[in-house]
Ligand binder design. Structure first.
Ligand code: IPM
Ligand code: MG
Length: 360
């Protein structure tokens, strides 16, 4: 029987529409091969939504996302919208999507591909074999804590305030994702906090430590975030799964991504407890190369694979897509960001064609 899924597409800004187009072509072909029928519906988010409606996340977009089985997002933002007030910034749309769909768990893999090892800025022996999953809490912490804002005090001083706060329930649910993710990988979980200074981190550490009893086959360690940053660039192979809060995860996942030297290759998944997840590349909207057929669509394509694996429980078609990516790299196809000597230079659409041809 043909399986049917409704996918909301959020092309967003910059290179978004180009790379998403490639992912849709790939999904359609793999769907045919695996007896899956996708219904794709586009919606506006980010700068594109600001231009059309005045706000970065129209209610209609959120409603459409809620009614779908999964959301495939490309990228948002661009110089054009950088100076708007915060409530009208593209980033606010992204944060609204995370909050609105309750996407508390963000999975960001950083895997070094053997074909691209020389793209890393670190020595080969340090990064060879790196395979890290950062599990970042995404709907709490300092990004959303109250009070927040810029206030005038009674003495007329102006103060900017954000609050890092986590409830036990918020810590427990992300810790659980961390342990379960580690269980499916190499069984090592490193929880990152700043418990030597922050009370909220002390609570975090206590809860994660207590939860370890339920996962006797997972080896739990703790690191302070500053040390974790240092260890990531010193000896990244010590890490398997990292679980951490929103801000620390934002920073560490960028550092982990850079170990691979090819941020244009990295996908991510943002998951809720019951509703649809959002799958998107780790990289941004690259407005400087938008519309020039130069973008690397592979992170978007791999995000579609994560959607199949984590969101739709279709591991077979997910693997097909991941294998196709390996094959085009083995065949030497490279977009500008991952180009090296002797390889075949292609644009975004050329990479898409290469994928379709190894798939058919
Ligand atoms: C990310 C980004 C976002 C974040 C921005 C664009 C709001 O840096 O997804 O990591 O800070 O979470
Ligand atoms: Mg970030």
């Amino acid at each position: 029987m043909t399986k049917q899924y409704r996918i909301t597409l959020l092309p967003g800004d910059g290179i978004g529409p180009e790379i998403l187009g490639v992912a849709v072509d790939v999904l359609q072909l793999v769907g045919k091969q695996c007896d899956i029928e996708f219904t794709f519906e586009k919606a506006l988010v980010g700068g594109a939504a600001i231009d059309a409606t005045g706000e970065p996340l129209p209610q209609e977009t959120l409603d459409r996302c809620r009614q779908s089985d999964a959301v495939l997002l490309a990228a948002i933002g661009g110089y054009k919208w950088d100076n708007l007030p915060r409530h009208q910034r593209p980033e606010t749309g992204l944060l609204g999507l995370r909050a609105g769909l309750n996407l508390f768990a963000n999975l960001r893999p950083a895997t070094i591909l053997p074909q691209l090892i020389d793209a890393s800025s670190l020595k080969r022996e340090i990064v060879e074999g790196v395979d890290i999953m950062v599990v970042r809490e995404l709907t709490g912490g300092i990004y959303f804590g109250q009070p927040k804002g810029i206030f005038e005090t009674e003495t007329g001083e102006v103060r900017g305030v954000n609050t890092m706060a986590y409830t036990v329930q918020e810590i427990d649910r992300i810790a659980k994702v961390g342990f379960e993710t580690a269980q499916k990988r190499q069984g090592r979980l490193c929880s990152v906090d700043k418990a030597n200074v922050l009370d909220v981190s002390q609570l975090w550490r206590d809860r994660v430590t207590a939860m370890a009893e339920n996962y006797p086959n997972v080896e739990l360690t703790h690191l302070y975030v500053d040390n974790a940053a240092m260890q990531l660039v010193r000896a990244p192979k010590q890490f398997d799964t990292i679980v951490t809060g929103n801000l620390f995860g934002d920073i560490l996942s960028d550092a982990a991504a850079m170990l691979t030297g090819s941020i244009g290759m990295l996908p991510s998944a943002s998951l809720s407890a019951d509703g649809p997840g959002v799958y998107e590349p780790v990289h941004g909207s690259a407005p400087d190369i938008a519309g020039q057929d130069k973008a690397n669509p592979l992170a978007q394509v791999l995000s579609a694979a994560m959607m199949l694996r984590y969101g739709l429980n279709e591991p077979e078609s997910a693997s097909k897509i991941e294998e196709a990516v390996t094959k085009v790299l083995d065949a030497g196809y490279r977009t500008g960001d991952i180009m090296s000597e002797g390889m075949k230079a292609v644009g975004c659409s050329g990479m898409g064609e290469a994928l379709l041809s190894v798939l058919s």
